[in-house]
Design a protein around this ligand. Structure first.
Ligand SMILES: NC(=O)C1=CN([C@@H]2O[C@H](COP(=O)(O)OP(=O)(O)OC[C@H]3O[C@@H](n4cnc5c(N)ncnc54)[C@H](O)[C@@H]3O)[C@@H](O)[C@H]2O)C=CC1
Ligand SMILES: CC(=O)C(=O)O
Ligand SMILES: [K+]
Ligand SMILES: [Mn+2]
Length: 352
């Protein structure tokens, strides 16, 4: 029997609606499989928790998380209660950094049963490797003087270690896929960090003569995601560029609600964290119509991470088939609720 201890942090907004559905799916898989056991422990860390305790998680929250095999997270953010930079830096970004989840991998592909907004959606299948520990998301900087004379400095931090780590991961991943890596740069406008990024990319690719490469400025790359996503295999991007590109990745699949992400701890010291790409969607929270697919697909990425590749593939096939047969939430043109979609997926898993 393989046992996994999993911390579940639903967080805010629709995180509270889609995380329970993914746990239901995983419990169903556990029942059917017989050789897998998931022990879930739920943590209420969120903006509501902040209002009560003055912080997003307890002092020993990170220590608590370290003992788990993986973390499932929904979304963080309720700007009506807590400013976004406080809530995200107090929980989401804190976990990513302190648990050394140095890369964030985010696939996007042509998904059965979904209407892509692309007029001619070719059969695309790509994966963004987003640097997840530094870059533009840095607390280095500050503000002086208020009002008319205010000065604000926000520094981006790029280390050779962090940059190279993301790029090597992308090349290793490309070896197992279609053998192509595209780099997202902006060395025509960002004068220090992006020429450095290009240099490291050149150094790393020299070690992978069998992998084909390309480099695009992020503006053009974002446009190509829309006009010809089929040309991409693996894309390596800085923290901010990867963040933006992967919302576009969700959109071209048909909805941000289906896009998954995995925050990977590469050194094996701490757990990795699995969450959808989307946020807490306050505009639809409470209506029971959030699409649970992003949250379920990230559970599939967790199964992959645990070495259960075949099981993960079966789960995603079931999700695609259910979608193709019309079990859809409103964001993808259906009428089903979050729970109905989850129940249908569980029903189909039981029929396998
Ligand atoms: N990883 C995280 O925890 C993230 C947190 N956020 C936070 O979430 C809050 C809302 O941010 P937004 O910029 O509005 O991004 P968002 O991703 O929450 O929502 C953008 C749009 O997509 C829709 N949407 C998102 N997920 C959906 C789903 N599963 N099903 C159906 N529709 C869905 C929303 O209704 C909204 O119209 C903010 O507090 C933000 O900081 C945003 C992105 C990531
Ligand atoms: C914070 C955010 O938007 C993301 O990690 O995707
Ligand atoms: K999320
Ligand atoms: Mn994002």
């Amino acid at each position: 029997m393989k046992k996994f201890e999993i911390a579940a942090i639903p967080g805010d907004g629709i995180g509270k609606e889609v995380v329970p559905v993914s746990l239901h799916v995983l419990n169903t898989i556990e029942e059917l499989h017989g050789g897998l056991k998931f022990d879930f422990k739920e943590f209420p860390w969120s903006c509501d928790y902040y209002l009560e305790h003055g912080k997003m998680m307890p002092e020993d929250g990170l220590e608590t998380l370290k003992s788990f095999d993986a973390i499932i997270l929904g979304a963080i953010g309720n700007p009506e209660l807590v400013p976004d930079h406080v809530s995200l830096w107090g929980l989401l970004i804190k976990i990513r950094r302190e648990l050394e989840q140095s890369i964030n991998i985010r696939p996007a592909k042509f998904f059965k049963g979904l209407q892509s907004p692309l007029v001619n959606p070719k059969d695309f299948d790509l994966i963004v490797v987003r640097e997840n520990s530094e870059g533009e998301y840095s607390e280095v900087g500050g503000r002086i003087h208020r009002g008319e004379d205010e000065v604000v400095i926000q520094n981006a931090v790029f280390t050779r270690k962090g940059t190279e780590r993301a790029m090597r991961y992308a090349f290793e991943l490309a070896k197992k896929r279609r053998g192509h890596v595209a780099s997202a740069t902006k060395s025509n406008g960002i004068i220090h960090s992006m020429p450095f990024w290009d240099e490291v990319f050149n150094d790393v690719r020299a070690d992978y003569p069998d992998i084909q490469t390309a480099s695009y400025h992020i503006d053009a790359l974002a446009a190509f995601f829309v006009s010809r996503p089929q040309i991409f295999d693996v894309i390596v991007a800085s923290n901010l560029f990867g963040d933006i590109l992967t919302d576009v990745g969700g959109a071209i699949m048909g909805s941000i609600g289906i896009a998954p992400a995995a925050n990977i701890n590469l050194n094996g010291k701490y757990p990795s964290m699995f969450e959808p790409v989307h946020g807490s969607a306050p505009d639809i929270f409470g209506k029971g119509i959030a699409n649970p697919i992003g949250q379920i697909w990230t559970a599939k990425m967790m199964l992959d991470h645990f070495g259960e590749i075949e099981l993960g593939r079966k789960l995603l096939d079931v999700v695609e088939d259910a979608t193709n047969d019309g079990f859809k939430t409103p964001d993808i043109g259906g009428k089903a609720s979050t729970i109905e979609v989850g129940d249908e997926i569980c029903r189909r898993l039981k029929r396998l």
